[in-house]
Design a binder for this molecule. Structure first.
Ligand SMILES: [Zn+2]
Length: 431
């Protein structure tokens, strides 16, 4: 028997629903003393693997001893006899094939097209959201055109199951991911000369650090760590401090002039008193923010909740022609959907993102609670917009989104900050 023949038997018999089978087939495991020899079973042998197929126990000819039988990245050519949601034969990875069986076929069935390449759950959810409907009470009302809530719940359970295999599938370290880029010392010496006398200016320092990061990016570009476990703050803060330079770090004052630490942690703690103090403050400031600054989030939540306590949204139109004047850019459609746009002496509801896209890149007036004319503690439905109107007495709920931004910002400081510059179009920002 060949590996691919056994894989098909395993898939047809849904062996992937057993955690033990996945561990046995995708890693090197020690065999139990007594190995089961039921149909489909995989048997670990001193010289490789055998499996029980239609002709009884057979050697898997192309299996290698002391190597996992399969790897998730192994390529296989498959057709719809392997996965019923496949329209035409393709080359895919075993990882993709298993994902489709575990998360897609067992939940949505073949109405969900075969998922291939890098799987991103948020993208799948975006697709599901467009067709998601309540679970029908009558089973016969199920249609292939829609996804139902009970199927989605099963999908979430399946993803939970998949998370159990993180030890088998996740890159934990790569040869380049755990070392400094080759030649960084020489490159940095040159760079320090180039920026001599300028590095007390945060803008120049940001440029200097960008050059260091570009050098590191070049080193990492073909490494699987790049963009997976080395991304975002892990790369821009942790890896940067470890191998490139510590930089300015966090402080308890806010001066415009900086005195950066140009060495990396890999090169050792700075020993001059000034920089040693900065390094210590950097360590303490993160914890301080997390402990003491988060209070601001809590306090503002209480203020906002109290101020909104008595507010009500009424199903009326106060009739104002005033609102917030602004330009919406592509990608911001969802902020406009459900709001009312003032046109002449009328207010028009923006029903969905498609309609919203007609209003992009032009100055428009959007009705806003800021301009509502209803007396007392009331806001009209038209000024509030359809989304807020769903919570006529619960204005506090959306308001706490403001305080949660403050809270998250102080929690994030714990992980350090990135010094970077951005271009801003003043004309756009203030219209
Ligand atoms: Zn109003």
């Amino acid at each position: 028997m060949k590996k691919i023949e056994y894989l098909k038997i395993a898939i047809q018999n849904k062996l992937y629903i057993h955690k033990s089978w996945i561990y046995k087939a995708f890693s090197i495991t020690k065999p139990k003393e007594q190995q089961s020899e039921a149909y489909g079973d995989l048997i670990i042998e001193p010289w490789g693997y055998s499996a029980v197929g239609p002709n009884g126990k057979e050697k898997i000819d192309d299996a290698v001893a002391n190597e996992p039988l399969f790897k998730f990245k192994d390529k296989v050519k498959i057709d719809s006899s392997w996965a019923t949601n496949l329209k035409e034969p393709i080359e895919t990875t075993i990882g993709n094939l298993l994902f489709n069986h575990i998360a897609i076929l067992s939940t949505f069935g073949d109405k969900f097209p075969y998922v291939t390449g890098k799987v991103e759950v948020s993208k799948l959810e975006d697709f599901i959201a467009t067709k998601l409907q309540d679970t029908p009470e009558d089973e016969s009302k199920r249609s292939n055109q829609y996804f139902y809530v009970d199927e989605y719940t099963k999908f979430i359970d399946a993803l939970q199951y998949l998370s159990m295999f993180s030890q088998l599938t996740t890159w934990a370290a790569t040869p380049k991911g755990i070392v400094a880029p080759t030649g960084i010392k020489e490159f940095k010496t040159q760079l320090i000369k180039k920026y001599e006398g300028k590095l007390n200016d945060p803008v120049e320092l940001a440029k200097f650090e960008d050059e260091l990061k570009a050098f590191d990016d070049e080193f990492l570009k073909d490494d699987p760590a790049n963009g997976t476990f080395l991304a975002g703050k892990t790369k821009n803060v942790a890896r940067k401090k470890m191998f490139l330079n510590v930089g300015t770090g966090l402080r308890f004052d806010n001066k415009m002039e900086v005195n950066p630490i140009l060495s990396s942690l890999d090169e050792g703690w700075p020993t001059d008193p000034e920089h040693f103090k900065d390094a210590m403050n950097d360590l303490r400031a993160g914890s301080f923010s997390r402990g003491a600054e988060t209070v601001k989030g809590g306090v503002s939540a209480k203020y906002l909740l109290r101020s909104a306590n008595n507010f009500k949204i009424e199903d009326k139109d106060c009739g104002t022609y005033l609102g917030i004047r602004r330009k919406f850019k592509p990608g911001e459609e969802q902020h406009l959907t459900g709001r009312h746009v003032v046109k002449g002496n009328k207010s028009i509801l923006v029903e969905n993102n498609t309609i919203a896209s007609n209003y992009l890149n032009q100055e428009i007036v959007v009705r806003s609670p800021m301009y509502c004319k209803l007396p007392g503690d009331s806001i009209c439905r038209i000024c509030a917009g359809e989304r807020l109107f769903k919570y006529p007495n619960g204005l506090g709920i959306p308001l706490t989104e403001i305080s949660s931004i403050l809270l998250i910002a102080s929690l994030k400081v714990m992980h350090g900050t990135v010094l970077s510059t951005a271009k801003m179009n003043l004309k756009e920002a203030f219209t």
